[in-house]
Design a protein around this ligand. Sequence first.
Ligand code: SAM
Length: 230
Amino acid sequence: MNAKNLSERLKTVASFVEKNTILADIGSDHAYLPCYLVHTGIITQGIAGEVVKGPFESALKQVRSEGLEKQIDVRFGNGLEVIEKTDNVQTITIAGMGGPLIASILEAGKDKLDTIETLILQPNIHAKAIREWAMKENWKIVNETILEEHDKIYEVVVLQKGLMELTEAELLVGPFLMKEKSSVFQKKWSNELSEWQRIMDQLNKTVESKDVQQKKEELERKIALVKESL
Ligand code: SAM
């Protein structure tokens, strides 16, 4: 993968970016996503934020090697702290991390979100943490998709400001994805159901304790929610 030949996962994230928006890609690593967005004429300026030295240097190197220093500003810093008011950022992308980490980055950077219009988030796991954060913080899901690449399944959640009330099932599997019921969605949750059933079988062979009982109840609840969503 590189900035010109992007993964399907990042292309899907890119497909939600509005033309000419000012973008900040947080946790940008090689800055492939913002470089691709400039190359394809979707954005003209953006920020690539990174908190780890190695990926930060890879991003700098990539942006320089593509001659995009004027369009993409690579900044070193934790989460949304790389964004300044004067940048007038409208869209934030955060991709390739766990849902809880993405939610914690948004929570820690809440003061930077006032002027942001769209959050495009691609959690590798536990998208539920993002939906829970969004509902609590008055962001609503305006789009969602699910895709498979190299035997891995990814969700993309797009948020804009607004009120949203999700059921427990919608928080877990995603309101748009649940309606659409794509084959990838069915595959993801059938796999999860098999895994949870396997754990349940093991727990049923374990000596009963309060912890075991609690774990079984949690699993039963999740299994029921997913079954009703498929
Ligand atoms: N976004 C790219 C993608 O989807 O291919 C890179 C994903 S990579 C697995 C996650 C990147 O996020 C790493 O480079 C890591 O250093 C960075 N990261 C993790 N936590 C961060 C934070 N709080 N602020 C900025 N970057 C962060």
